[in-house]
Ligand binder design. Structure first.
Ligand code: CA
Length: 232
């Protein structure tokens, strides 16, 4: 990865864009701000960013349209897109992911969470085939020894729960639908009802104890493992 990943911020509200830019700069990123879709396209033509933060509600072409367009173009299709949205309605979330967004974050958001999401999409775009243990907020999964621990306390997991956790931890912060989880964890040749996923997620949470809250239900969309669970 480049030493200073470039983040294109497409956001029409200067105060929000500025807040994001300041935080990104402090964290070693190089932010570029575009306040509308035309400017965003020009910036994108000039420099291919490492990540795009894309506001849903923009003057002119909507963020959703831009995401669809950029996903369809060879040059931009691999650039991770995180949608910034005031909408938390479940149909909108699904629409955002369907349009090709890698993730979305609802306003108001903490900049700490936004940075965590950006790092997560960057990690996913540079996959490493190592079997090094994965550690997220005290939760550690070691696939070579098949061991899981939380805050150094070993945890006992069934084989399916282990595979499920392994997938969720290697794709942390991202929302996965039940269908996707069936596909990735169980294999698409197996005919299992999507409800089975809920059963195993429930078991996984129970096995994880205090770390169980890191496995979040995203209503209408699916599940994700997050380093910063929201309190309910
Ligand atoms: Ca806006």
């Amino acid at each position: 990865m480049k030493s200073q990943p470039v983040v294109l911020i497409v956001e029409d509200e200067p105060a929000i864009a500025d807040l994001i830019a300041v935080n990104l700069r402090h964290s070693g990123f190089r932010p570029i701000w575009a306040m509308d879709s035309d400017t965003a396209q020009r910036e994108l033509d000039a420099v291919l960013p490492d990540v795009i933060l894309l506001d849903w509600m923009l003057p002119g072409e909507s963020g959703l349209n831009l995401a669809k367009r950029w996903r369809a173009q060879a040059r931009t299709k691999a650039v991770p897109i995180i949608m910034l949205t005031a909408r938390s309605d479940e149909t909108d979330r699904v629409a955002g992911l369907d349009a090709g967004a890698d993730d979305y974050i609802a306003k108001p958001f903490s900049t700490k969470e936004l940075l965590a999401r950006i790092r997560a999409v960057l990690r996913r775009r540079t996959p490493e085939q190592t079997h090094a243990p994965i550690a997220i907020s005290g939760l550690v999964l070691d696939s070579s020894t098949h061991r899981v621990s939380f805050q150094n306390q070993p945890l006992k997991l069934g084989p399916t729960e282990f595979k499920l956790l392994q997938f969720l931890m290697s794709h942390a912060e991202r929302v996965h639908s039940r269908g996707q989880l069936l596909d990735k964890v169980w294999g698409d040749h197996v005919f299992i009802e999507e409800r089975t996923v809920d059963v195993h997620v429930k078991r996984l949470r129970e096995s994880l104890g205090l770390a169980g809250k890191m496995v979040e239900t995203v209503r209408g969309a699916g599940y994700r493992l997050t380093a910063q669970p929201s309190s309910h």
